[in-house]
Design a protein around this ligand. Structure first.
Ligand code: G3I
Length: 355
C-alpha cells in the first residue's frame, strides 16, 4: 500500500526509534526485504528514518548467496550494505550456518568428505566479501534441539550429520579469520519463556557456549531471537533474566535479533484490542530484556504487517488462518502502531531504570 509521503513520517528525526535508542546506548533495527528496498520508496525511507542497524531477512543466507556450488551471488546483500552505508546504518550478517535455506544443489553435492571445505570456503568468501562492513555475523543459527535426542541437546542438522559438533567450532574460527572486525554471534530461539521446553533450551545453549569458551572458540555475542506470543499462557521473567546474566558473566554481548509478536492466540478480532495486547507484550518483554546491561541492540523481524513472515507459509497450524497478523510496529500503510510507541517508551524507560 502506498501512503502519501508525509503520512509515513509522523515520527521522523527526534521521534524516531533510532534516536530514542541511541540516547540510551542502543541500536534499533529491523530485518530487510531486499525486493521491497528496491521497489518501495516509502519502505526505504522508513528504514532510513527509523533504524541504525539492519539485517537481511533472506539475502545473506546460503539459498540467496549460492546459486550453484561454484557460484556466489552478492547483488542482493550488496544492495543492503550500500543502502546502509549511505545512511550511516550498521549491518548484521545472517547467517553463515543454518539447517534451513540451503540451496537445492546442497544435499546432492556436499558430502562428509567435502563438507568442511564447503563450510570454510563459504565463510571465507562471504565474510571476506563483506569484511569490515558487518557489525555482527550470526555465525551459527539454531543449533539447539533437545528433542533430537543427542546427549548434548544439539540439532541433527545437515551440518551435524556431515561434520559432527565440531562444525560449530570450525564456523566460528573461520569467521574470525574472514572478518576480525565483526562480532561473532550465536543466534537462537525458544529461550524466552518460563516453561520446561525453553528452560531446557537455555541450559543446552549455555552448555554449548561454555564448551566453546573452554575450547577458546572465538565468540563475542549471543542473539536472542525473541519470536514471542501475545496471550501466551507462560510468563517471561526469571528464566530469561538468569540466562542473560549467565551470558554476561561469560563476557558475551546480547542482541535481540528477531523480535516480533505472534498474536494467533488472541481470542478476539477487534483490531484496537489486538494492537493493545501486542503493544503490551512488547512493553513487558523489553522491560525485562532492557534491564540487562549487556543488551546492546533490538531488531524486529520486519517493518510492517504487510510483509511479516508470520503471514506467509502454511496456515494449517494457525488458530486464525484467515486473520492477518498485526505482529510488527508499522501497519501495512507504514503508519506507526501502538507497538511502535511501546518499544520507543521501553528505550526511554531503560535509562531511568524504571521497569
Ligand atoms: O525467493 C523465493 C521465490 O523466488 C520463490 O518463488 C518462493 C516460492 O518458493 O520462495 C521464495 O523464497 C522464500 C523466501 O522466504 C523469500 O520470500 C522461501 O520460500 C521461504 O522459505 C523464505 O522464508 C524465510 C525463512 O526464514 C526461511 O529462510 C522467511 O522469509 C524469513 O522470515 C525466515 O526467517 C527466519 C530467520 O532467518 C531465522 N529465525 C527464524 C525466522 C523465521 O522463520
Amino acid at each position: 500500500a502506498q501512503t502519501p509521503p508525509e503520512a509515513a513520517f509522523a515520527i521522523p528525526g527526534s521521534g524516531s526509534l533510532r534516536e530514542h535508542a541511541r540516547a540510551h546506548g542502543l541500536l534499533a533495527g529491523a530485518a530487510v526485504n531486499i525486493q521491497l528496498l528496491a521497489s518501495d520508496q516509502i519502505y526505504a525511507r522508513v528504514l532510513a528514518e527509523q533504524y541504525n542497524i539492519l539485517v537481511a531477512e533472506n539475502a545473506m543466507k546460503w539459498s540467496a548467496l549460492r546459486p550453484a556450488a561454484d557460484k556466489y551471488a552478492f547483488e542482493q546483500g550488496d544492495a543492503l550494505v550500500s543502502f546502509a552505508e549511505s545512511h550511516q546504518i550498521k549491518v548484521r550478517g545472517h547467517n553463515f550456518v543454518w539447517h534451513e535455506a540451503l540451496p537445492d544443489w546442497f544435499s546432492a553435492t556436499v558430502t562428509k568428505d567435502n563438507a568442511k571445505q564447503f563450510l570454510v570456503d563459504h565463510i571465507m568468501a562471504v565474510g571476506g566479501h563483506y569484511k569490515g562492513k558487518i557489525h555482527s555475523w550470526d555465525v551459527v543459527n539454531e543449533a539447539v534441539l533437545p528433542k533430537d535426542g543427542r546427549p548434548d541437546g544439539l540439532r541433527k542438522s545437515p551440518w551435524m550429520e556431515l561434520l559432527g559438533p565440531d562444525y560449530i567450532d570450525t564456523a566460528f574460527r573461520t569467521a574470525r579469520q574472514a572478518d576480525p572486525h565483526a562480532l561473532l554471534t550465536y543466534n537462537e530461539y525458544g529461550v524466552e519463556y518460563d516453561n520446561d521446553e525453553d528452560a531446557e533450551r537455555r541450559a543446552v545453549t549455555l552448555q554449548l557456549l561454555r564448551r566453546m569458551k573452554s575450547a577458546n572458540v572465538p565468540i563475542d555475542a549471543v542473539g536472542i531471537q525473541s519470536h514471542i506470543k501475545a496471550g501466551s499462557p507462560f510468563t517471561i521473567g526469571r528464566g530469561l533474566q538468569d540466562y542473560m546474566a549467565s551470558l554476561r558473566q561469560m563476557g558475551l554481548k546480547i542482541l535481540v535479533t528477531e523480535l516480533d509478536v505472534n498474536e494467533d492466540d488472541l481470542p478476539y478480532d477487534d483490531v484496537a484490542q489486538r494492537d493493545h495486547a501486542i503493544a503490551e507484550t512488547y512493553r513487558n518483554y523489553l522491560s525485562i530484556v532492557l534491564a540487562e546491561p549487556s543488551v546492546t541492540a533490538v531488531l524486529t523481524w520486519g517493518v510492517s504487517d504487510s510483509h511479516t513472515w508470520l503471514n506467509s507459509g502454511p496456515t494449517h497450524h494457525k488458530k486464525q488462518p484467515d486473520r492477518p497478523q498485526r505482529a510488527l510496529l508499522f501497519d501495512d500503510a507504514y503508519q506507526p502502531k501502538e507497538a511502535f510507541f511501546a518499544i520507543r517508551d521501553s528505550f526511554d524507560n531503560r535509562k531511568s531504570g524504571r521497569l
